[in-house]
Ligand binder design. Sequence first.
Ligand SMILES: Cc1cc2nc3c(=O)[nH]c(=O)nc-3n(C[C@H](O)[C@H](O)[C@H](O)COP(=O)(O)OP(=O)(O)OC[C@H]3O[C@@H](n4cnc5c(N)ncnc54)[C@H](O)[C@@H]3O)c2cc1C
Length: 507
Amino acid sequence: MSSRDTYDVAVIGYGPTGATAANLLGRMGLRVLVVERDPDVYSRARAISTDEEVMRVWQSIGLAERLQQDMLPDRPLTFVDTDGVPFIDLKVTSRGAGHPPQQFLYQPAVDQVLRDGVARFPAVEVLLEHECLRVVPKGDEVEVMMADLRTDTFTRVRASYVIAADGGSSPIRGQLGIGYSGRTYTERWVVVDTKKRKEWDGHDRLRFHCNPARPTVDCPTPLGHHRWEYPARTDEDEQTLLREEEIWKVLGAQGITPEHVEILRAVIYSHHVRVADRWRVGRVFLAGDAAHAMPPWIGQGMSAGVRDMANLCWKLEAVLRGRAPDALLDSYQAERKPHVTEVTRRACFVGRIITERNRFVVGLRNHGLRALLRLPGASAVVLKLSWIPDARYEAGFFAKGGSAVGWQIPQPWVFDDAGATVRLDDFLGGQWAVLHIGTPPAGTQAWAASGARAIKITEPTLVHWMRRKKAETVVVRPDGFVYAASQSGQTLPAPPFATSTRTGVPA
Ligand SMILES: Cc1cc2nc3c(=O)[nH]c(=O)nc-3n(C[C@H](O)[C@H](O)[C@H](O)COP(=O)(O)OP(=O)(O)OC[C@H]3O[C@@H](n4cnc5c(N)ncnc54)[C@H](O)[C@@H]3O)c2cc1C
């Protein structure tokens, strides 16, 4: 084995989680190997929506604008009763991350753009049609054993760390003996992807048809696609359900005919609510569906995998460059798992609203929600409690004190050093920064010495946000979460390690 075969990180699986990791790590200039079993992007559409915070992560790898070209932003969200009359009509509102709050997408297109993005980084090597067989700890490295499926030959390489982004059935999770606790719903869902031929009323909005006889979701997806999802009844067999004439019966009930759409594919899925018992074993980390699975109702399965990578990759870089201790990596699970658990709870809650079968409860639900949502401000409260949870980690790698700590700062447009208008994250460049409203507090010098920039903030939304969080100064991590905060007259906690600028490759 030559030194060519030693990597900083081996990423197993090239779905959206693995491809996001490869971009993040590649941009940091790390040596990365991606191992993927399939020859190409998975052609079944699966994910159809994501949110502004995920777009912010993709912005950090220089791909947000390109991805957005293939997305549909901000479509309204309607829950309709059996007669097609809305009882919830909402528009997801911005939380200030600097992107449209909701984006509809076509997952194969997203996967392809993420993969194309990886080609910018010469230090990232991608092996398609290679199956990872085992990961074996070897001192301060991990040996990755894999098979080249084109030649039936076996190879071993070594990496300092491994990210197992190998999907819900994660062979690595199995090999490591990690439990995947939770349950799989017995209900089977038919997922129908279509190509739009002619528009119809409501074609441009996400609709949850809460009909107890056949709950159905229909959703616009970009690039001329449209998605329907509905559950199989217990007496319906899968072969029959997937026949075109059966699908047309369901679509026909909503007035959709072959004049409106062409059916591209129909697939049966079961939904899972599962989370891995451990997300780290030594130098191997589980991520994305390998670490968690949830029903799709609030569009967060893939999104959670992208958030995982935004959380883990900067920590891996700090440890690999010798700036931070390996123990920093334990905060990955501590921060991400509670957030994923809460997202999953909310996805299940929304799923219950959609799929309620009891006609008495359905009546109460429809009338109750209709009345509630007429109250001023109620929509915002409903969204806050049932949609994506706040961008906040309750515990993890944070200094003590201050109500801003653990929150992700908003992302307004700011002026850069040359006076150009840029998004805040592009200005900060994924580096640690001390942002202060007044004079820099005591302790700022130590942060500057460790490599973090100190920046006086005058941008009104950020100033307002900091004041609301009772912070005159915040120390922001590379992922935009507040590590430490201080009020006027307080001293900032000392930097936990050297935060100095990485030797990255600009994208
Ligand atoms: C019907 C449906 C609707 C959905 N809607 C949404 C939505 O609207 N929004 C959202 O955010 N999410 C949604 N999801 C979830 C989303 O599709 C998944 O969460 C996401 O694809 C997971 O990404 P991943 O990269 O973690 O895993 P995958 O995409 O499963 O990728 C894992 C990769 O690992 C590879 N692999 C596996 N084993 C090996 C091995 N031994 N060696 C090498 N390679 C290996 C596989 O070939 C695969 O390419 C939906 C899912 C479904 C089924």
